[in-house]
Structures are given as C-alpha cells and as structure tokens.
Write a protein that binds this ligand. Structure first.
Ligand SMILES: Cc1cc2nc3c(=O)[nH]c(=O)nc-3n(C[C@H](O)[C@H](O)[C@H](O)COP(=O)(O)OP(=O)(O)OC[C@H]3O[C@@H](n4cnc5c(N)ncnc54)[C@H](O)[C@@H]3O)c2cc1C
Length: 402
C-alpha cells in the first residue's frame, strides 16, 4: 500500500535528514508510552512521537481531571517495567471495595478485594502521572520526538516513511498508531471502524470530600453517577448526562456546583466542601475492523474505545501493548505481516467481547422506565448473591483471562 498526502510533499522540502528506527509509535498517551517502554526494553530501536509535552509533576498540585482506574494486571505490567513504583511515589489511590446500585436500592452489587484474595481491586491514577513515570525510565533504545506531530506517512512494501511537523523525516519498518480515538494513522491506513455515538457526555468534577477505600457507582434513569477516590480528601466525581445538563452544571459557580452535587448524588457522597475543577468529555464506542494494515498496527483507543462506566478503556489498551510487544522481535522485520496478524488474533476477539458487554450494560442501564429500574435493582441484588459468577466478573474486570 502506498499513501501520501499534500502535507508530506510540503514537509519533504523542509528537511532531507532521515532518521532510521525499527518502529515508530505515534502518540505518547498511557498506551503508547507503555508500548514504547516494552519494545525498548527488548532491544527494539523505537521512536516515540508525541504532539504534547507532559507537564512536570508537582507534589503540591491538585489532581488532574483525567484519571483512570487501573486494574491489577495493568499495575503489574507497569511494575514489570519499573514504572509502578514511580507512579506510587507521585500519587495513586487504591480502592478495596466497589459498590454498584440502582437508585435508592441498597446494597446492590458489592465487590471486595478480600473475595478474590487481592490487596486492592485497583488503583485510581492520574493519566499524566502514568505518562510521567514511564517517561522517567532510562531507555537507551527509545528516541523521543516531542513535541512533534505526525503530518503524513508513506507506506512502501519494505518500509514506512514519516513526515513530522518539525521537518524531521523518519524511516521505519513499522508504524504503530497509539494516537487515540481520532487516530490519523488509522485513517491514513484506510482502516474502517464500527462506531456508536452516545447521547450522554461524562461530566467530571474533582472535589474535596471525605471517602474511604471504596468506589461506587449509582445508576439513575438519566445516566449514572460515580465516585473515584483520589489521595487525601479528594475524589473524582463522574456524572453521565446529556450535553445540555453537563453544560448547565459547568456554568454554575463552584458553591452552586457543591450544592447541586449534594442534592443529586446519593447520600454516600457526604458533604462536598469544594469543587476544584470540572470538565466534560464526549462519549462514543468504536472498534477498528482490522488492527493492522501493511507496515501499520493500531493499539489502545486508536483501535477501540468504550463507554468509561466500567473503567476498562486503558486496561484493554495496555493488554494490546503487551500482545503487540510479544509478537515483535529486535532481530526480525518488525513490519512482517505474519506477526501483525498474530497480534490481531491475540486481541481483537477479546476486545470485541468486552465492547459488546459494556455496550449492553450501557443500554440496560440507560432505559428511563420504572419497570426497568426495578428489574435492574433485582439483577444487581441477584448478581451480588451469585458468588461464583460475581468472582468471575471480578477476575475479568481485574484483567485475568477467565
Ligand atoms: C471521562 C473518562 C473516564 C475514563 N476512565 C477510565 C478508567 O477509569 N479506566 C480506564 O481503563 N479507562 C478510562 N477511560 C479511557 C481511557 O482514558 C482511554 O482508554 C486511554 O486514555 C486511551 O489511551 P491511549 O494512549 O490509547 O490514547 P490517548 O490517551 O488518547 O493518547 C493519544 C496520544 O496521541 C497523541 N497524538 C494524537 N495524534 C498525534 C499525531 N498526529 N502526532 C503525534 N501525537 C499525536 C495525543 O497528543 C495523545 O497524547 C476514560 C475515558 C474518559 C473519557
């Protein structure tokens, strides 16, 4: 396949210097950074191209709005790279219990780490801290291009040529799109996606509240509300709602936001002393029909994105990173189609199953009718009592293949 666009022709005249690497990863989000560290640790000469530099961590800073629940398998992967200790030295909050309930019905479905002999069900971590921890690793085989944006790529049978907005040109065996849900690499490789746009948005508010080592999620007919504990007396509150409601809450002053939250959220929230920051994020589900094209592979949100209500997005992306690293070798041709096919076989069906499951959860819990509300409460209560099934769900959410 050969693909070139106008920007490539423009860039070509800026610089004739060409750097050679085995692999180029486009996008240094959590997934791209993790994959870069994995490949470099295996002696693969890797270029990481990221458009935005990550701000240095300041211990007295307030938490960022973008946080993720990392499951034990993800933290184990970061640990194996030497990055998890660095995350913990900055900021991370474990949660040992999780409660999911419908409206005012309690207890709903409760998970406890003790039921699967675990120390924690997961950790809530700021995305930028995971990126910073990975960036601080010493990796002789890793070459960073940051800030730099991929402007164009040309794929040829034996290599791929990349044009950056800095004027630099790279020649690589394989380009990996880790450039997020709106992946340009995916578009340039002509890989289609299945796409579902959700009417709801995720309104995220960082607040000062008391909490223990638990996270909870309440389903109400208009959407869902959740608390993710952060270090100290901080929590990330997530409210899934239609766009106009999210805009309305964001237009309120901080005091009015506190009062509104205490009114609308369940009593588990307690007193909201302050709202520190808020933002909203559009929601969609998409799945690339293929995870590879000649000399191109996709990982993380570039390959799939899911509704965040079950906190699985980056956890799936890190499994992609691990699987792709496992099929590439420093000695062979990293762009070899047989390896890329093995990667797709290892990941696409598993991801498709998770995407379908999460979409079904979204559909089941977004029907605004009293009868459905009762059925959902009964379903959660029944699931709570079904010991083996509940443990299966817990192990799956923790990233284990069960
Ligand atoms: C509100 C919300 C809550 C969430 N909560 C959770 C959770 O609790 N648990 C969980 O597992 N997941 C969660 N997710 C999903 C998770 O955030 C994503 O799955 C994850 O961030 C995807 O990581 P990524 O590295 O694949 O992509 P991204 O984080 O999107 O990173 C892509 C990177 O590529 C760079 N880039 C893009 N184009 C170019 C280019 N042309 N050149 C150079 N660089 C480029 C961008 O600057 C960016 O840094 C949540 C998502 C949302 C919206």
């Amino acid at each position: 396949m050969t693909a070139i666009n106008g920007a490539a022709r423009a860039c070509a005249s800026v610089s004739t210097m060409r750097q050679e690497h085995q692999v180029a990863i486009i996008g240094g989000g959590m997934v791209g950074e993790t994959l870069a560290a994995l490949l470099a640790s295996r002696g693969i000469d890797t270029a990481l191209i990221e458009a935005q530099a990550t701000a240095a961590f300041a211990p007295d800073s307030e938490p960022d709005l973008r946080v993720s629940a990392l499951n034990p398998l993800s933290t184990a992967l970061l640990h194996s790279l030497g990055a998890w200790e660095r995350v913990q030295a900055m900021r991370a909050e474990p949660f040992r219990r999780m409660q999911v309930f419908e409206g005012d019905q309690r207890p709903g479905l409760c998970f406890d780490a003790a039921e699967v002999d675990g120390e924690a069900l997961g950790h809530i971590v700021e995305n930028r801290i995971v990126q910073s921890a990975l960036q601080s690793l010493q990796q002789p085989y890793l070459h960073r291009y940051c800030p730099a944006r991929l402007r164009a790529m040309v794929t040829l049978p034996d290599r791929c040529e990349l044009h950056l907005d800095t004027g630099q040109r790279l020649r690589v065996q394989l380009v990996i799109g880790a450039d997020g849900a709106h992946s340009q690499v995916r578009q340039w490789a002509h890989i289609d996606t299945e796409f579902v746009h959700y009417a709801q948005q995720a309104l995220v508010l960082n607040a000062v509240v008391d909490h223990d080592d638990a996270t909870w999620q309440r389903f109400v007919p208009s959407g869902a509300q959740a608390l993710l504990p952060l270090p100290g007396r901080r929590a990330s509150l997530v409210w899934y709602h239609d766009a106009s409601h999210c805009a309305h809450i964001q237009s309120l002053d901080r005091q009015a936001q506190c009062e509104h939250l205490m009114q609308a959220f369940p009593e588990e929230l307690g007193k909201v002393e302050a709202v520190l920051a808020s933002g909203h994020f559009p929601l969609s589900m998409h799945h690339a029909r293929r995870y590879w094209a000649p000399r191109v592979a996709l990982v993380g949100d570039a390959a799939h994105s899911v509704h965040p209500l079950a906190g699985q997005g980056v956890n799936l992306g890190l499994l992609d990173a691990q699987a792709l690293a496992d099929v590439l070798s420093a000695q062979g041709d990293c762009g070899d189609s047989a390896s890329l096919r093995r990667y797709e076989q290892a990941r696409r069906a598993d991801n498709a199953m998770m995407l379908r499951a999460l979409h079904s959860v979204y559909q089941t819990f977004s029907v605004d009718q009293p009868l459905w509300s009762g059925a959902r409460a009964a379903l959660l209560a029944m699931s709570h009592r079904a010991g083996p099934a509940k443990r299966w769900v817990m192990r799956h959410a923790a990233g284990e293949r069960v």
